[in-house]
Design a protein around this ligand. Structure first.
Ligand code: BGC
Ligand code: CA
Ligand code: CA
Length: 248
């Protein structure tokens, strides 16, 4: 509540009667949510072929450990990189039975990348927001500003398992997303999330959804709860520019 000393007028955020001192019944509600996760993308330009370039070894790894649907099933370990106009992802998805039996692409064994280029965290998609989906067979589908023009991807199915990959039953997705509304440079943030869809028994119905940050299941139409990614040179988090501007 703000009082203007010059004329005594009062404005409140929620209570239109401004009777907060004696009556809490018209307070607004403050909802506590989990902290937003932050990852860093290192600078580099990988070849998009589903085989890990040596560069990927230095990239920060995140995991999809938030369950949007179900409590177990396919999950992914994901690394990110950037260059002048791309965001790159390399994901190892553990999924022992691969299915694309559903007519709905989001119910096929697939991954989704959500990008909010201006990191505005809006409750509906803006023109800079995109949903990029790739199934294990490298079939792409899109939402928002995403399109085949701005996504290059490759997949590789690992059945039965080279020990080097640590995972028994996996597919790899490597992808390049063209950034059109943000100029990547060290210190800049974008909204980012990574989802794994799993049809666990191959019956054409999705059984689980695991994601890195947003627990709501709404990332495909609402960017307000997705995570945050910062472009860095090598892996170190940069202080926000606004904090530097205020430093003496
Ligand atoms: C969601 C689905 C939604 C679909 C729309 C997916 O990310 O998990 O529930 O219907 O996007 O494309
Ligand atoms: Ca946006
Ligand atoms: Ca599956």
């Amino acid at each position: 509540r703000v009082t203007d000393g010059s004329d005594g007028s009062v404005l409140s955020w929620n209570d239109p009667t401004h009777s907060q001192l004696t009556n809490p019944s018209q307070f607004g509600t403050l909802v506590l949510i989990d902290e937003v996760k932050l990852t860093t993308a290192i600078k580099g330009t990988p070849v998009i072929d589903g085989v890990a370039d040596a560069l990927w070894a230095d990239a920060t790894e995140i995991e999809t450990d938030v369950w949007v649907e179900g409590t177990g099933g396919a999950t992914a370990k994901v690394r990110t990189m950037w260059d002048a106009n791309h965001l790159y992802v390399y994901a190892v998805v553990s999924d022992t039975l691969l299915s694309k039996a559903s007519a709905n692409p989001w119910e096929e064994d697939s991954i989704e990348v959500f990008v909010d280029q201006n990191n505005a965290k809006t409750t509906s998609y803006e023109a800079d927001d995109g949903q990029y989906r790739v199934n294990f067979d490298n079939e792409q589908s899109f939402g928002g500003a995403a399109s085949a023009d701005t996504l290059t991807s490759a997949t590789r199915v690992i059945a039965g398992t080279p020990a080097t990959l640590l995972i028994d039953g996996a597919y790899i997705v490597e992808a390049a997303i063209t950034l059109t509304e943000v100029m990547p440079q060290p210190g800049v943030f974008i909204g980012f999330d990574f989802q794994v869809n799993d049809d666990e028994n191959g019956d054409g119905t999705r059984d689980s959804v695991a994601i890195w940050n947003d627990p709501t299941g709404q990332s495909w139409q609402n960017t307000s709860r997705i995570g945050v990614l910062q472009f860095v040179e090598f892996g170190r988090v940069y202080l926000p520019l606004v904090m530097r501007a205020y430093a003496p």
